[in-house]
Design a protein around this ligand. Structure first.
Ligand SMILES: [Fe+2]
Length: 356
C-alpha cells in the first residue's frame, strides 16, 4: 500500500483504504478497482490523494478502532450536530456507550502508533474531527495514567467539544475569507454555548461541560472565552486543545490545505509553554506517527523510498523501503533501511508521490 496523488491515479489501480462521504458513509470501499469514472468522481469530491494496493510495499494499516465503532460514532455525531437531539437527553446514554467502546478498544492495544490515513472528502470535517480528537485525547489520558472514570469524562467532553457550533450561523462558520472582528466574536461564543448545551440540555457532569468551555484557552492567556492562564485551565481542556489543533492542522479545509503530520507536530512543539502544555504534548508525540506508513520520503543521502513501518520508540525514525538510489536511478532490488538502527540516515523531505 502506498499513498499517491489522485491526479496520478490510473485505471486498474486498486484502492487500499475506504473513502468516506460527507455523512460518514463509505463512498468507495477499499478493494475497488479504479476506473476513469471513479477517479473523476473522487476529483469532484475534492479528494486530493488516495492509498493504493502496491505489490512492492505489502503493508496494511490496522485501524485503532473498528469500522463498526467508526460508523456508530459518525451516526451519533451527525445526529448531535444536526440538532436532532436538542432539548432531549435521549442521546446521552448512547454517547456514553460509544465513548466506553472507544476507550476499551484503545486500552486493549499495547503499543498504539496512529497513522492518520483516513481519506475524507472536504465536507465531512466535523465527523472525523470529533472522532479523531476523541481518540487523541483518550490516548493522551491513558498516557497520563487516567482511570476509567476520568477517561469517560475526557472522551465525552472531547467528542462534543465543538457542539456549541450548532448555534453559530453557518455563513460565519464556513466563511472562506478572513473573519471580521464581530464574526470572530460570534465564533468564540461556541465555547460558552457548548457549555450550556452540555450542562443544561444534555445534563452532563460539570467537568464534561467545562471541556467545551475551556478548549480554546491558552497557557499565556491569549485564548478565549475568558483569557484564562496556566493553572486556571482544567487539564482535560488542555488535552483537548492539543488534540483539536493538531487534527485541524492535518485536515484539508475549505480555506486551506492540510499540513503534513511532522510539520503539525513541529508547530505544537514550538507553541509549547505559550499555548500548549509541554508535558501533554510530550505524551502526544509518543503515539502519533510523524511519517505515515505508505508515505514517500527523501533521505539525507538523496535516496528515495516509502515508509513501510513505524518504530514506536522512535517516531521520527521509521523503516524506509528504498526504490531510488542517491543518483535517482531505480534500484533493481528492494532495500529496507531501519532509521532507528542507522543513525547516519534521516528523512529530509516528504513527497506527495513517488513513481515505483
Ligand atoms: Fe472549538
Amino acid at each position: 500500500m502506498r499513498r499517491i496523488l489522485l491526479k496520478n491515479a490510473k485505471e486498474g489501480m486498486v484502492l487500499a483504504r475506504d473513502i468516506y462521504s460527507e455523512d460518514g458513509k463509505v463512498l468507495i470501499a477499499s478493494g475497488q478497482k479504479l476506473t476513469n469514472s471513479v477517479i473523476k468522481r473522487l476529483k469532484e469530491f475534492g479528494v486530493y490523494d488516495i492509498y493504493i494496493v502496491d505489490d512492492n510495499t505489502e503493508i496494511y494499516i490496522e485501524d485503532v478502532i473498528t469500522k463498526e465503532i467508526k460508523e456508530e460514532a459518525f451516526e451519533i455525531v451527525n445526529g448531535v450536530f444536526s440538532s436532532k437531539y436538542i432539548n432531549t437527553q435521549e442521546i446521552t446514554p448512547e454517547i456514553k456507550e460509544l465513548v466506553s467502546k472507544i476507550i476499551s478498544s484503545l486500552l486493549s492495544q499495547k503499543e498504539v502508533i496512529l497513522n492518520l490515513c483516513d481519506i475524507r472528502t472536504v465536507g465531512n470535517y466535523t465527523l472525523f474531527h470529533s472522532l479523531n480528537t476523541t481518540v487523541f485525547s483518550i490516548l493522551i489520558g491513558i498516557k497520563l495514567g487516567y482511570d476509567l472514570d476520568k477517561l469517560m469524562v475526557l472522551g465525552m467532553g472531547t467528542l462534543l467539544h465543538d457542539i456549541g457550533k450548532i448555534k453559530i450561523p453557518r455563513n460565519i462558520l464556513s466563511k472562506k475569507g478572513p473573519l471580521q472582528e464581530k464574526e470572530y466574536e460570534i465564533i468564540k461564543m461556541h465555547t460558552i454555548v457548548g457549555y450550556d448545551i452540555l450542562s443544561s440540555e444534555y445534563k452532563f457532569e460539570q467537568n464534561v461541560a467545562e471541556i467545551a468551555l475551556f478548549h480554546h484557552e491558552r497557557l499565556d492567556g491569549s485564548g478565549y472565552p475568558f483569557g484564562k492562564t496556566r493553572d486556571e485551565i482544567p487539564q482535560m481542556a488542555k488535552i483537548v486543545a492539543v488534540a483539536d489543533v493538531f487534527d485541524a492542522l492535518v485536515s484539508d479545509r475549505e480555506f486551506r490545505k492540510r499540513l503534513k503530520p511532522h510539520m503539525a507536530i513541529e508547530y505544537l512543539l514550538n507553541s509549547c509553554s505559550t499555548h500548549f502544555d509541554s508535558y501533554i504534548v510530550s505524551k502526544f508525540v509518543t503515539f502519533i506517527s510523524l511519517f505515515q506508513i505508505g508515505t514517500p520520503v527523501v533521505l539525507n543521502t538523496q535516496e528515495k523510498g516509502i515508509v513501510v513501518h513505524n518504530n514506536p520508540k522512535f517516531p521520527s525514525r521509521p523503516i524506509v523501503r528504498i526504490f531510488y538510489d542517491s543518483e535517482g536511478k531505480k534500484l533493481a532490488f528492494r532495500k529496507d533501511i531501519d532509521l532507528a538502527l542507522n543513525f547516519h540516515y534521516y528523512i529530509v523531505d516528504v513527497l506527495d508521490d513517488l513513481e515505483i
